[in-house]
Design a protein around this ligand. Sequence first.
Ligand code: NAD
Length: 593
Amino acid sequence: MSREINTVGVVGLGTMGAGIVEVFARSGIDVVAVEVTEEAVERGQATLVGSIDRAVAKGKLTPAARDEIFARVGFAVGFDALHDVDLVIEAVPEQLPLKQRIFAELDRVCKADAILATNTSSLSVTEISVATSRPNQVIGVHFFNPAPVMKLVEIVRTVVTAPEVVADVEALCVRLGKTDVTINDRAGFIANALLFGYLNQAVSMLEARYATREDIDAAMRLGCGLPMGPLALMDLIGIDTAYEILDTMYRRGGRDRRHAPVPLIKQMVTAGLLGRKTGRGFYTYEGPGSPKVVADELTAPSAAAAPASVQIGTIGVVGSGVMARGIVEVVARAGFDVVAVTRGEPKTTALAEAVRGSLAKAVVKGKLTEDDQAAALARITWSHRLEDLDDVDLVIESVVEELPVKKAVFAALDEICKPGVVLATTTSSLPVIEIAMATQRPADVVGLHFFNPAPVMALVEIVRTIRTAPETTAAADALVTALGKTGVHCADRSGFIVNALLFPYLNDAVRMLEASYASADDIDYAMKLGCGYPMGPFELLDTVGLDVALAIQRELYLELREPGFAPAPLLEHLVTAGYVGRKAGRGFRDHTH
Ligand code: NAD
């Protein structure tokens, strides 16, 4: 028979512990909350009170419910108060010797049948369990930050955890209104194993001055729909905690270089820049614990203050695919005259039809008036001759993603276009510099990486090569703003910001599936419910196309020579078998019905 869990203990009331106390108390479970000192107890208590009071102020809790919640929580210094709890969750700093010491102590204090759980993110639950005389009652219960908000709990069973203990904790998670996934004891479990390589890589981009903190974060929010950018997320997690997790994952997870903490992280820990909890990390906050970002010396002057250096009247768009179609629409809707050039009459007919169809849809959806629709269409000149671009002020090339083809288009544009015209390529994976060098004017060439569907996605990556002139980047920036999009700047490196950070993560998810650590469903759940991703990695891979993902991953691997970027064999095999995702009716999942 399963045991009743009526009272739980929480050890450590920092970033996670205080939130975990709240989760239990709000579900009607009594809590004994324990810290090392009176001051730490007061800090934990203040976090709980602040959070509950905010919920009351927002009308999500009644004052009576607040009083009941507070009445359920007792605070104490030292472990003696835990002698009668049914389950303890430990949430102290991510250090093995500390956790082992605490578990030995809990083993001594807690009653014989109490379950001892750790909230560790990366340490071995097995190694923690052997510090007790009851390793079969030790389990990992990994909440996500902020614990009251994130729906996922990873339940980590070791080889000796008793099945009844797993069942009891699973039942408890249901009572808490959480979704659980139960997995074996492996470094980083599901979510962190997929998340931390990405976070570390984002920090290395910042460290290499590849892009600014704001641009890296905006790129991942707007390009992938993530709730937070990676650097803001590091600040929320805590830079010290992130360091410990990376360090442990590096040592336990096969010394993957991608988990070796980037030196900047250690420097921030040493300097006391621990993120939100100390009021400063990658960003500066209003005060310790505040989520509100304030300007600091790294804040870039607002883009509105930068003068737009080039007057753009007419824009040429070359191509007839889905991206070209979206860009023609975006540019015409923003009030620019457009010359849309394809490779021939039939392509032009199809392109014009597609743009008209998309504009008509926008009218039906109420996003565009009929007058604006007519005006946008009237601004477009349809052509199948590149020579018609002889008088435009800027060209956006969006032809097939093949280097020889793009180079040929640019060589032709170089002959045709007026001097000083900005020549932009929408390539998502080719080196912009290779395309630029097909012209005699590489200083005027820039990358403008739009996201599909262009009329919807707010992000454009503005890619400068080592030959791009600052005026060219400024003109591209002014254009992106005029299109109502957010531009982020980065250097000309494979995958730019978004794809370079996204695809290795997707590839890692495939490797995790390949290793039979978790099912595709559990991995998708973990990322959606633990990290707030809009889609899980397998849903996303099936949508983007496994063939596309494989091609991008190959490019990243070839350019950066990072062993961890080698495409997962399972991805290669599925592509070879024709299981390339939704468009083929079959990818990681069956989409035929
Ligand atoms: P934190 O540094 O914010 O808080 C740790 C708390 O533990 C501090 O308040 C400290 O005073 C207290 N503490 C230290 N020694 C203690 C002792 N002997 N007895 C009682 N309390 C003690 O750390 P955190 O970010 O909350 O991380 C705690 C655990 O949760 C770690 O294992 C971490 O990996 C895990 N975790 C963290 C996150 C996150 O986003 N921060 C998410 C999931 C899991």
